[in-house]
Design a protein around this ligand. Structure first.
Ligand SMILES: [Zn+2]
Ligand SMILES: [Zn+2]
Length: 335
């Protein structure tokens, strides 16, 4: 499949959670969670336009300072999405430094928090010493980001605190069928991009495009000439209790994804400990990935207590993911 997504767990399956999704060809990247980022190069961190934080436990948010340090002086806008309270966490980070010499710097952080009913957006401008700006209320959709390249949806999981899971979908790809173009007798030109853009913008009726000095109906041309290749979908679920409610939400969000990155902190033999700490077991991650019919599962966030036994967590998850015997799920713990 043609794709511009290149996902990578920054610290592998065992270190702090951080999923770097490089949007190849666009000099842009998305970051899901922000644990230690020292394994990323400065140029990779500078490509991050949107940071999605599942929750602000230190292992998911400690890398924010590193990202801040590198983006300083670049005049960019970085959006930080997270659960209720993320604005105060971003503000807290930014308030921890002295900003008396940065009047000309144009870096802006925009915190966007989602509580299930509404999204609240708050800006922090470097040239205003990162003082907390006015908060704007956005429509309460579970779609956090939607632009010409990607859309990102979220679901709120229970980790004793809200923990957001995310699904990021790449826009479909449009190519011109060269044989059909030739058969139509039309010359290639900038109108082909106009045609693709019209489809990307949602095929608005009533619009026309200019082809060789004539107004043409883009719907007819699109149906005739465009080859559509579906984009890729990735899902990311970090810390969450293995409850039926959480599992159902992840299954729904991740359904049909090309890759699901899912935490599986504990072996199932330690499911009592997993429940106590509001985490999933590797077995539960495998079962829910199977129920979601994802194409591939990557488990991560292994507890350090399994040092020397990490392969067992991976095996347990993959076995539950691929084994037909596990179709009869044990449903996790209620709550
Ligand atoms: Zn946590
Ligand atoms: Zn964690």
């Amino acid at each position: 499949m043609k794709t511009s997504f290149l996902p990578r767990l920054v610290n592998g399956q065992t270190g702090d959670p951080a999923l770097f999704v490089d949007l190849l060809r666009y000099k842009r990247a998305l970051l899901f969670d922000c644990g230690a980022l020292t394994a990323l190069s400065p140029s990779e961190i500078l490509r991050v336009t949107d940071l999605f934080v599942s929750h602000a436990h230190i292992d998911h948010f400690i890398g924010f300072d590193h990202l801040l340090r590198l983006h300083l002086g670049r005049g960019r806008r970085v959006r930080v999405y997270g659960p209720k309270g993320i604005t105060a966490c971003v503000h807290g980070k930014l308030s921890g430094y002295t900003w008396n010499l940065v009047r000309r710097q144009r870096l802006v952080f925009e915190a966007i928090e989602f509580d299930g009913l509404k999204q609240l957006a708050t800006e922090f401008h470097c040239r205003q010493k990162f003082r907390r700006g006015e908060t704007r209320k956005l429509p309460g959709s579970d779609i956090l980001l939607e632009d010409e390249l990607v859309s990102v949806r979220t679901a709120i999981l229970d980790h004793r605190i809200p923990s957001l899971a995310f699904a990021v979908s790449e826009r479909d790809f449009y190519n011109i069928d060269p044989v059909k173009l030739k058969a139509c007798g039309l010359e290639p030109g900038p109108w082909l991009n106009d045609l693709k853009n019209w489809v990307r913008r949602g095929r608005r009726p009533g619009e026309t495009i200019e082809v060789a000095g004539q107004s043409r109906n883009p719907a007819e041309l699109a149906d005739q000439l465009l080859i559509v290749s579906p984009g890729r979908t990735l899902a990311y679920a970090a810390d969450a209790l293995g409850s039926k409610k959480n599992i159902d939400k992840i299954v729904c969000l991740a359904h049909g994804a090309d890759i699901l990155f899912c935490e599986g902190a504990f072996l199932h033999e330690d499911k009592a400990r997993a429940k106590e700490t509001y985490h999933l077991t590797a077995h539960q991650a495998g079962q829910l990935a199977r129920a979601a019919s994802v194409k591939r599962l990557v488990v991560f966030h292994f507890s350090p207590k399994y040092e020397g036994r990490f392969a067992e967590l991976d095996e347990e998850a993959q076995q539950a993911f691929t084994s037909f015997a596990n179709d009869e799920t044990d449903g996790g713990d209620a709550g």
